[in-house]
Design a protein around this ligand. Sequence first.
Ligand SMILES: NC(=O)c1ccc[n+]([C@@H]2O[C@H](COP(=O)([O-])OP(=O)(O)OC[C@H]3O[C@@H](n4cnc5c(N)ncnc54)[C@H](O)[C@@H]3O)[C@@H](O)[C@H]2O)c1
Length: 245
Amino acid sequence: MRLENKVAIITGAASGIGKAAADLFVAEGARVVYSDIYDAPNDLTIDAEKAIYVKCDVSKRAEVAALIQKTLEKFSALDIMVNNAGVGTVGSILEASDEVWDKTIGVNLSGTFYGVQLAAQVMKEKGIKGSIINLSSILGTVGLPGTVAYCASKGGIVQLTHAAALDLAAHGIRINAIAPGFIMTNMTKGMLNNDSFSKLVKGNTPLGYVGVPDDIAYAALYLASDESKYVTGTILHVDGGWTAR
Ligand SMILES: NC(=O)c1ccc[n+]([C@@H]2O[C@H](COP(=O)([O-])OP(=O)(O)OC[C@H]3O[C@@H](n4cnc5c(N)ncnc54)[C@H](O)[C@@H]3O)[C@@H](O)[C@H]2O)c1
């Protein structure tokens, strides 16, 4: 088991990539806190012996602090923090409203900032050589028309990850980001079920197809485990080759 004796929090774990990673972490021996914005997602089944569900809106610092507190109360440690919760929004630079901008930056970038900072403070205080994993995107390094706020939020996560890796290295805390290409989830299924958009995505993906949540969950597993103990400040692209072009 690759995560034996580790305690992990995964935000946005009610569906998609977060749920796939949380389920995989449990299967690999971790005790896992599934977290999401809902009171209690009714279609979420978790292994009650190894996992709990905690409601948390990551765009609110106090809720992220409470999530970490509840994790410490239940499992007495925090080894892995996966800042996965996110929203997909649309709007070009000519049209995006302040509302879309604030929501996207609030959840995707500020939510990641709170998760990184509060988890790192606990890890430092407790002397835990933890692993923090952020969810960026291929759209953190390349643009896509009509998604200015999303691209800005994911680009911010890339640089947050680089800078924080330098700040945290002295404490033995690692931080990396995953930059997925297009993965079929609730966030993308509307777009990907559109024939012309699906064609555009496949045409820009050298491997020629859309990924599944487990493609990202296995990358998270590697970064969470001690197998990646010499890896920090990395942006791991899992994108079928999109950014190799
Ligand atoms: N699916 C893709 O193609 C893709 C590509 C690149 C990056 N990502 C990133 O991967 C992450 C997971 O996305 P997904 O594709 O699994 O989508 P998803 O919609 O299935 O999952 C996102 C989860 O985040 C939760 N969430 C939204 N706002 C929240 C908030 N304020 N607080 C707490 N939870 C909140 C949602 O309820 C949902 O369960 C996101 O950060 C997304 O930007 C996804």
